[in-house]
Design a protein around this ligand. Structure first.
Ligand SMILES: [Mg+2]
Length: 308
């Protein structure tokens, strides 16, 4: 069977080169919403597993590979998300769940040692920064005009972001703080209702108000990609990135030299993937994680043997 040039294959038309790349993969990143499950809130709460999700995670472990589950939702802590995934029947540890807040906390601790951060968001942002030892400016103090020196402003999932917070955040940015967003995904894949992104909406507004650009630390950023490599122990060439969004997971994989698998169970369709620009065109399009599980088990187990 031949595959038309420039058209990403399905598993039935997989090339030997692609099969080799999959079999050499040491690490796998699974997106959560639209890839492992569908829910109406990011992070899986109240959601339904997609077919093959549990089997795909099992196949990774059985072939001595490592995986992480990375959502661009930042409202909940990784341990809370991991708890939800376990309740749904997935074998996932707290350490195997990553959010943009984890990347943000690691990046800011490294980039601004001792710097103070004005962060907006739920427990997923606030608790994650605290556990990483990042000093937070009290939002109430910033609203009262007493923020002091702020190295960075981080916008997470804050559904209570009104005018007083706009003023506090904008003052810090205009005084020199760098503006970061956990994610600027417009929407997440969902069951019934439109599942809109909040942090990108706020960050774009603050950028409008201040005239300063914002940087994203979730997918598809370089910071997120490096954090995934570090967590899985894989190099870019040894990493499979599995997700349902061409702009988030696929573009991140293509830009950094990882293998991109687009699942058609969420945001983007097979037709959209086949017609995507090269910078967001996946290496493989799959309709079910059962197919991925099969491919992972079919290849030879990676030669590297450490499993810690
Ligand atoms: Mg998704």
């Amino acid at each position: 069977m031949t595959t038309p040039l420039n058209t990403p294959p399905s598993s039935s038309a997989i090339t030997q080169d692609l099969a080799d790349r999959i079999s050499r993969a040491h690490g796998v990143m699974f997106d959560i919403d639209g890839c492992l499950l569908l829910a109406d809130q990011p992070g899986g709460y109240g959601g339904t597993l997609l077919p093959g999700a549990a089997q795909a995670l099992k196949a990774v472990g059985a072939t001595r590979r490592r995986f992480v589950c990375f959502t661009n939702g930042s409202f909940q802590t990784p341990s809370a998300i991991a708890g939800t995934l376990r309740e749904l029947g997935l074998e996932v540890t707290d350490e195997q769940v990553m959010t943009p807040a984890v990347v943000a906390a690691e990046t800011i601790a490294r980039r601004y040692p001792g710097g103070r951060v004005l962060a907006f968001g739920g427990p997923g942002v606030i608790e994650t920064f605290t556990t990483h030892g990042v000093e937070l400016v009290a939002v109430e103090e910033a609203i009262a005009g007493r923020a002091g020196d702020v190295a960075a402003v981080v916008i997470g999932w804050d559904t209570e972001f009104g005018r007083s917070k706009i003023v506090a955040a904008a003052e810090a940015v205009l005084a020199g703080a760098t503006l970061y967003a956990t994610s600027d995904a417009p929407t997440f894949a969902s069951h019934h209702r439109l599942n809109v992104g909040v942090s990108g909406f706020i960050a774009a507004g603050l950028s409008h108000v201040t005239g300063h650009p914002y940087r994203v630390l979730g997918k598809p950023s370089a910071e997120a990609f490096e954090a995934i490599c570090a967590r899985t122990g894989a190099t870019a060439e040894e990493l499979l990135i599995v997700g349902d969004d061409l702009q988030l997971e696929t573009s991140m994989a293509v830009r950094h030299g990882a293998t991109a698998v687009l699942m058609t169970t969420g945001t983007h369709s097979r037709q959209e993937a086949e017609h995507a620009n090269p910078e967001r065109r996946p290496d493989l399009i799959l309709d079910s994680l059962d197919e991925l599980a099969h491919l992972l088990r079919a290849g030879t187990t990676p030669s590297r043997t450490e499993n810690s």
